[in-house]
Design a protein. Sequence first.
Length: 750
Amino acid sequence: MSRVLEALTFKNGGKMSGLTTSRRSFLAMSAATATLAATTSTVSFSNWAEAQEDTNDAEVKISSSTCNACSNKCGMLVYSKNGRLWKVKGEELHPYSKGTLCARGHGYATIGYTDGRITEPLKRNEEGGYDPISWEQAYQEIGDKVKEILAKHGPGAIAAMNDPRPSGQFYTKRFINALGSPNYYTHGSSCNLSCNSAYKLVLGGNSAIDLANARCVMFIGRSYADGVRPSSANSLAQAAERGCHIITVDPRFNAMAHMADDWVAIRPGTDLALILGMSNVLVRENLYDADFIANHTDGFEEYEAAIRQYTPEWASEITGIEAERIENLARTMASYAPASSIELSWRAAIGCAYENSIQTARALALFNALLGSYGKKGGQFWGLSPKLGPLEAPKFAELPKIDENLKQYGSKEFPLALKSMGSASNIANGALKGDIKAVFAYNSNPIMAYGNHDAMVEAYKNLDLFVSIDIQMSESAIQADYVLPDTSYIERKEVPATVGGKSPVVDCRLQGIDVIHPNTRPVDQIYAELAEACGIGQYFNFTVDDVIDAQLAPFPNREEIKTKGIAKVMEGQFKFPSDEEFKFKTEDGILHFADDVWIKGGLGRNIEWIPPRVMPDTAKGEFRLIGGKQAIHTHTSTTNVPLLIQITKDYDLERVWVNKSKAQELGIEDGDLIEISSPLASTQVRCHTTERLHPECIWNPTHYGVKSPFLKAGTGLGIAAYDHTPFEVGKHDGALCSQEAIVTIKKVGA
Ligand SMILES: Nc1nc2c(c(=O)[nH]1)N[C@H]1C(S)=C(S)[C@@H](COP(=O)(O)OP(=O)(O)OC[C@H]3O[C@@H](n4cnc5c(=O)[nH]c(N)nc54)[C@H](O)[C@@H]3O)O[C@H]1N2
Ligand SMILES: Nc1nc2c(c(=O)[nH]1)N[C@H]1C(S)=C(S)[C@@H](COP(=O)(O)OP(=O)(O)OC[C@H]3O[C@@H](n4cnc5c(=O)[nH]c(N)nc54)[C@H](O)[C@@H]3O)O[C@H]1N2
Ligand code: SF4
Ligand SMILES: [Mo]
């Protein structure tokens, strides 16, 4: 009998009924719904097959590449016929794919052939349209503008961001640093800036869960079957089969909750209170690992005193979870320790959703220390991390020293934010204030993905120069002064990447198909030519092959990596540390339960409860607008992939979820058209009513509400949740605060 059933009662109304799925029947079921939930094996596309009618005898070329459909960058084999894509398959050696790609990885492989591709450089004209221009003109004009901005405002007024992919990250960062600017950003502020900043401060860096040996794991706002990575989805299924006790804390019964023993339907935004309540139980019932704490931490006495007030009864009031249940969750987790931990999560509740997300992640990292699970089999561990070879002068000219008074924009305001990510969302504030004059966005869609769309458009309008390097006319590309067309990922070769863990690999994206549009250029060429035009060409006097050679130099099997695109490195070197060997990744190797470092970010030396910025007033019919991934889509970038959008249409996946009892109170039925209103916007969308959602929120799949008229496949489907999210970055870390949004709903049509 599934423990999940016990979780289906909400403390404040909304009751779930009729669900009698056992874990085993789910595992069978999940295989049937594999397209949506997890992974598929090789798929070939009929439209490609049609295009290849004459190519049945053509020679098949197989190249190793990496999927670009999401940040996992799974290893992938590209099969081509006559230089055109035939099919893709998961790379066996890659730790994330292990021979299998997820469904969207397959569908996304067609992106190069979609009709929204940018085929030549574009310049925005006075009517707001675009004129095609030559590469030479684009470089010349961008270069002149950059030089003018450098002369007038200095390098600190220029920023660059990218969704960290191997070449994108390497070239974008080198380009901006060569200009003398420290303003390099990833998409972290709209993804995992809050949690990764906290983990850096508490642990010295993110640990990984040893799911293969775990006896108990709690997931807070993380779904391996929605926010998919093939290897994680498979390991979770195996862990469930093995009898690992799985707890999922999510206001929504997400796609992996079927695999759980326990679903804790928490009031959104209150996870910090749950963790504090569970920590209180471990401390007061002496269920913590005293030896681990004595050997590897300090400040425990202060922590103990600080945590005393956060009783399960207190936490119950805030989270809506019964006090007894909170006690039992803590006791259950302790009973399996140290092969027991809370998974570090990724985005949702802890990554960038709330003003208290960073504090939630801090409490989570400390909780796992109470269980003594760090460095332990079945707990949390740090894998091996292969080091790429250095890029040395003279081939790779040493970059100019960045003026030491010039700090990454936002780092003074948000000193807790991880510098390697920074807050790309806050760049919009920089543009509004006139501090930032130029932005280069590579493989990023800041206008749609890093904050409220209209606020971002307003802010980016203030820039003197906005350059988007993209493959399709994204919401950012249509606002840019210049759009530079990249080749798509299967069409290009990239610099190496490392994947750490127990069995690390080094991989290298090789070119899998011929370039589709002749006037597009690969990322390495674009940056080298741009650099030349901006007067910093001397830092880019090398080819992508030179980078590959230098970075692979330390690996004895470098030739294998170069030709096959992937190889294992550091084989057989991983082992769990003994208690004497174990050290946290912090500077002094220990974890500090209490730490002054937090004070500079406006948080206490000790952990304490802080609420989210806003809470819905249910008496006034308010809901929190929350969201999450769907297995077949990626952020804002799959909206023009017909194969994937068709699945959305076939299954009505763009609908917004509303709790069924709440819906009934409001006279709303499944499938009705509803209006979602907030002080910022009014949007209409069809709804899916379900008992699988906490009554205080509505849940929106985050991939819809396209605003670029060029991304036709997805036009008119669903809503963009940030239309209702005020643009105000978190005061502690500069993260987006994507779910600090309150809305009301009403039926507007059947
Ligand atoms: N399909 C798909 N998979 C992806 C990606 C993708 O774009 N698409 N991208 C990759 C990337 S970059 C990321 S960041 C990860 C994201 O992976 P996840 O972090 O797992 O993704 P989400 O779906 O955003 O959130 C997970 C769950 O959090 C729940 N949630 C929302 N608010 C709260 C809350 O206040 N408390 C709690 N406890 N739960 C809450 C949501 O209902 C959702 O089910 O996925 C990776 N994999
Ligand atoms: N609305 C919305 N916002 C989100 C999310 C969401 O799901 N919905 N997810 C959040 C999360 S978890 C994350 S990690 C971030 C991700 O935010 P981003 O890093 O901005 O990722 P995407 O939104 O996928 O946009 C990627 C952009 O890169 C372009 N692109 C794709 N392939 C290539 C290529 O090969 N070369 C170049 N030059 N460009 C390419 C796409 O066309 C698209 O415009 O967004 C966050 N914000
Ligand atoms: S998880 Fe799926 S979409 Fe993401 S890189 Fe892997 S195969 Fe591609
Ligand atoms: Mo993300």
